[in-house]
Design a protein around this ligand. Structure first.
Ligand SMILES: Cc1cc2nc3c(=O)[nH]c(=O)nc-3n(C[C@H](O)[C@H](O)[C@H](O)COP(=O)(O)OP(=O)(O)OC[C@H]3O[C@@H](n4cnc5c(N)ncnc54)[C@H](O)[C@@H]3O)c2cc1C
Ligand SMILES: *[C@@H]1O[C@H](CO)[C@@H](O)[C@H](O)[C@H]1NC(C)=O
Ligand SMILES: *[C@@H]1O[C@H](CO)[C@@H](O)[C@H](O)[C@H]1NC(C)=O
Ligand SMILES: *[C@@H]1O[C@H](CO)[C@@H](O)[C@H](O)[C@H]1NC(C)=O
Ligand SMILES: CC(=O)N[C@H]1CO[C@H](CO)[C@@H](O)[C@@H]1O
Length: 454
């Protein structure tokens, strides 16, 4: 009875078609059509409702555009505890793994049972203008070291991975300055490697304070890399174009030092950048010349709006491709470059295809087959965010591909900026989610009709 009321309520609220919609035929998941709602059978009723509710909320542009403001108003009105009570069972539970080790363990175990591999991310969102001081960066390093340990400890998955943000360990201000300097005089990778080994290097162009901070930062990165070699793959995030060159420089130095016999450090390439192709080709060349393995996280890019605004303000040319179709072409062509490289030298290169885009995922699978690359040979894997496009992840896992879910963790307060960004990303991941909503609805409807029938 309750199920019936709920059903009609849901039908009105979620526009479920009232035509009887019996069991879906088992679709050919072999072709990765991503149209099989049975991917969601592993979810509890509550989880289905939660996902639907949240995606529904994300469909109101006004709400999404102002989510940051709304959240801070709510936090003021409800107080810290009340706010946490509101967010914890809803948005937080959808997108965040938990706060303490036991909660995180639970989430990871659940992913593991679904055949998905967790990739932990310490959500430290910060940009220019925040206070500096080594202590804060040292604290961040401790958090990252803990992340290495959690990722490795319980053998949640084969080949564990985690994400790392360099601006959590070296100040964004310094990364910007390095980027400016690098435009005139490129730094030698060996200089950075020697600094990581503990030598006191004097970097030209930086003052004493900056040199000291840079050396500390490189030491922090060195510690994290040493802790993760032979255990956890460390995927370095790409951020804004005004600091990416510095981030890449540091990442390449880490690769040179740590990727001699295995791909432990990976870099991220953002295909929405016009220069992404030349950046990737340079990296391939460098890894060849310097004799280290190259791990690539291929993404479209998350900071489009801000990049464009900044370029306009500074009167620079827009660094981002003109339209989504151009970014799409760029993504698919870089994907091809990497897959070709892998098919020729499978031991030297690795890629994680980090996208929610079904077409890109299908193209990867197709090219892998054409080039004779194993589904689970370790050189190609897929990545999506926790709580987003589960139908893509679950289908891929069912087909035997290696699939990672990027899993942020931390307190409600610490993860808030991350959640705001997730909400705003909806604008662009729109197509994928609309389909996910349809599939969620179908699965919910199926369960409700089963209940009604019994
Ligand atoms: C595991 C994982 C790790 C990630 N790590 C990073 C990271 O380190 N750095 C980072 O920046 N992002 C990262 N992202 C986010 C990623 O860059 C995308 O923002 C996100 O995945 C959406 O892209 P999509 O391919 O999934 O979806 P799609 O819907 O196929 O594409 C959306 C993307 O297309 C691009 N786009 C949209 N409109 C336009 C337009 N008008 N013109 C040009 N381009 C447009 C934007 O990049 C947008 O994000 C990561 C994502 C995942 C899943
Ligand atoms: C939301 O923000 C986007 C981009 O900043 C803008 O194009 C859109 O018009 C906004 N929508 C609303 C309803 O405010
Ligand atoms: C973890 O956090 C949850 C929710 O805040 C709490 O109920 C639980 O007791 C905590 N566990 C540990 C081991 O601290
Ligand atoms: C995306 O790019 C691929 C390869 O370039 C192309 O086949 C596909 O049609 C593009 N998708 C869209 C929607 O333009
Ligand atoms: C699910 C979905 O597509 N939601 C919305 C995401 O945001 C854009 C614009 O902000 C809306 O048009 C979508 O409906």
């Amino acid at each position: 009875m309750i199920a019936l009321d709920l059903l009609s309520f849901l039908q009105d609220y979620l526009n479920i078609p009232r035509v009887p919609n019996p069991l879906q035929p088992d679709l050919r998941s072999a072709s990765l059509a991503f149209e099989d709602p049975s991917a969601f059978r592993v979810k509890s009723f509550g989880e289905l409702l939660r996902a639907l509710g949240i995606f529904r909320l994300c469909s109101f542009p006004l709400l999404v555009n102002n989510s940051g403001k709304l959240m801070s108003v709510a936090r003021t009105l409800l107080g810290r505890r009340g706010f946490s009570l509101l967010l914890r069972p809803t948005i937080y539970a959808q997108f965040v793994a938990g706060e303490n080790e036991s909660e995180i363990s639970q989430s990871m175990e659940k992913l593991s049972m679904l055949g998905l591999r967790p990739m932990l991310a310490v959500p430290i969102e910060e940009d220019l203008g925040e206070s500096t001081g080594e202590k804060r960066y040292d604290d961040n390093m401790e958090a990252m070291l803990e992340c290495v340990q959690i990722s490795h400890s319980k053998a949640w998955s084969k080949d564990p991975m985690m994400q790392l943000k360099i601006t959590a360990l070296i100040s964004p201000e310094l990364c910007v300055k390095l980027t400016t300097l690098m435009a005139e005089q490129p730094y030698d990778l060996n200089l950075l490697v020697r600094a990581m080994d503990g030598e006191s290097i004097n970097f030209p162009g930086l003052d004493d304070r900056e040199v000291a901070h840079f050396l500390c930062g490189l030491q922090r990165l060195n510690k994290i890399a040493e802790a993760s070699v032979n255990k956890v793959r460390v995927l370095v995030d790409a951020e804004y174009t005004y600091m990416n060159p510095a981030l890449s420089l540091v990442t390449m130095a880490m690769m040179k030092k740590f990727n001699k016999d295995g791909t432990w450090i990976w870099n991220t390439y953002q295909c929405y950048l016009k220069e992404s192709r030349s950046l990737l080709l340079e990296a391939l060349q460098l890894s060849n010349n310097e004799g280290f393995f190259l791990g690539v996280k291929l993404v479209r890019g998350a900071y489009m709006d801000k990049e464009r605004k900044l370029a306009e303000k500074e009167g620079r040319q827009d660094p981002i491709h003109q339209c989504w179709e151009d970014t799409n072409d760029s993504y698919n062509s870089l994907l091809d470059v990497m897959l070709e490289a892998i098919s020729q030298k499978p031991e030297c290169y690795r890629i994680i295809v980090a996208t929610h885009n079904e077409e890109s995922v299908r193209q990867t699978a197709k090219r892998m087959e054409e080039l004779g690359i194993d589904n689970d040979g370790g050189s190609v894997c897929f990545g999506q965010l926790l709580g987003m496009c589960d139908h893509v992840s679950l289908t891929l896992a069912k087909e035997g591909y290696a699939v990672y879910k990027s899993v942020p963790y931390g307190s409600v307060d610490d993860t808030l900026p991350y959640l705001v960004r997730r909400a705003q990303e909806n604008r662009t991941v729109l197509q994928g989610i609309r389909k996910e909503r349809d599939l969620l609805r179908k699965e919910l409807y199926r369960r409700l009709s089963l209940r009604r029938g019994s």
